[in-house]
Design a protein around this ligand. Structure first.
Ligand SMILES: NC(=O)C1=CN([C@@H]2O[C@H](COP(=O)(O)OP(=O)(O)OC[C@H]3O[C@@H](n4cnc5c(N)ncnc54)[C@H](OP(=O)(O)O)[C@@H]3O)[C@@H](O)[C@H]2O)C=CC1
Ligand SMILES: Nc1c(N[C@@H]2O[C@H](COP(=O)(O)O)[C@@H](O)[C@H]2O)[nH]c(=O)[nH]c1=O
Length: 338
């Protein structure tokens, strides 16, 4: 069961950035010997939840009647939102044992575990956290939904800063270049772009770099809503100093461009638009303000050395009860082809 849950978490982490405002969720259905019969992840908002994807997979393979165990990274929902309750869908399968990675933080949807336990012919429902030897998997599942949890409970997205520094500690690229870190660091930076729903940048970066902010080092999600880019600029007017050509190019690349003259209000602005996870890609000016306003949840520093880049991850102690970072999970677990 452990290796299967582990692989399920990795596969689910690969959907980060595709599902907002929903969380990333995965489900595997096993037979009585613990062999995987079917599985699924939630592909995007409005599409079927992970449990339904897995049940449909089992149905198509003609193995639904052999299902004995269901593994889910998040407690099955217990309400009718855009789709019907997954607790009920599982009750319509022969699954006897249900293993859950993390409780649903959304008060509107939670209660699935109790429903499954108390339904006629109740199911055995176990949270991974109840077993000490599975605690690390439970933590991974909590990290997987940390951005969603932050938005639902605190009305702000999870905010990750990515800062690249050269050997001298400067963030400024050599003349004529936009980046200077290694190919594998850039690939990781593009992983983070892929996993996040929005980018927060500063007008200095837009004017100096003419950045594209696209995912190029790895394949992007085949379907995703428009990503948001917020440019912080206090120079006034609806678009500040943001060049109209850049705005047009970003729109063509699938970004919604917003301009803000008030960094402190950006988290609320993004949460209202359903952003679970935002990253900051900006120069020293905006990073100083992000730090002073304490707007970040985790901070990734990529330092170039003359051998391999050093990557340091700092997580705000108060960000979630375990200080768990979805960024760490992304680094360790995502399995996109490169
Ligand atoms: N190494 C790396 O990781 C990166 C490096 N860079 C490099 O950084 C350089 C650009 O840096 P920099 O000029 O500092 O640009 P920034 O992208 O950091 O933008 C700075 C701007 O942010 C705005 N700003 C600051 N605080 C606030 C606030 N509280 N509310 C709203 N807006 C705010 C200011 O606008 P205003 O002037 O209107 O007050 C300021 O001019 C470039 O050379 C670029 O290549 C860029 C990104 C990443
Ligand atoms: N210099 C630097 C980064 N800088 C970020 O990358 C942006 C350019 O992105 P793009 O236009 O998509 O190539 C740039 O404007 C800045 O936000 N990132 C890194 O991972 N490593 C680096 O060394």
């Amino acid at each position: 069961m452990r290796p299967i849950f582990h692989a399920l978490i990795a596969r689910t982490a690969d959907t980060l950035g595709a599902t907002a405002p929903n969380p990333s969720v995965g489900c595997a259905l096993l037979d009585r010997h613990g062999a995987v019969l079917a599985s699924g992840t939630h592909p995007k908002v409005g599409a079927p939840h992970a449990e339904i994807m897995a049940i449909n997979d089992a149905h198509q393979k003609g193995v639904l009647d052999r299902v004995h165990t269901a593994l889910v990274t998040l407690e099955p929902c217990n309400h009718t939102g855009r789709t019907p309750p997954c607790s009920e869908a599982l009750l319509n399968t022969p699954a006897k044992d249900i293993w859950i990675g993390a409780a649903d933080p959304n008060p509107k949807a939670s209660g699935g575990a109790v429903r499954l336990k108390t339904a006629p012919g109740g199911r055995n429902v176990t949270f991974l956290s109840e077993h000490a030897e599975l605690a690390d998997l439970a933590e991974d599942c909590t990290a997987l939904i940390a951005p969603f949890t932050q938005r639902v409970l605190h009305q702000r997205p999870w905010i990750s800063v990515k800062q690249a520094c050269n050997e001298a500690g400067s963030m400024i690229p050599p003349k004529g270049q936009k980046t200077f870190t290694s190919a594998s660091s850039l690939t990781f930076a593009h992983r983070l772009r892929r996993a996040t729903d929005a980018i927060i940048t500063g007008i200095g970066t837009v004017l100096t770099d003419d950045p594209s902010f696209t995912v190029r080092h790895i394949p992007d999600h085949s379907s995703r809503g428009p990503r948001i880019v917020v440019v912080c600029d206090r120079s006034g007017g609806p678009f500040g100093r943001v060049p109209s050509l850049w705005r047009a190019r970003m729109a063509e690349a699938g970004f919604t461009v917003l301009v803000s003259n008030d960094l402190a209000s950006v988290p609320t602005l993004l949460a209202e638009r359903g952003v679970n996870w935002a990253m900051v890609e900006a120069g020293p000016g905006l990073l100083k303000a992000v730090s002073e306003l304490n707007l970040w949840d985790d901070w990734l520093t990529i330092s170039k050395t003359d051998t391999i880049d050093r990557i340091e991850l700092t997580t705000q102690p108060g960000s979630n009860p375990h200080g768990l970072s979805p960024l760490r999970l992304l680094r360790e677990k995502t399995c996109s082809p490169e």
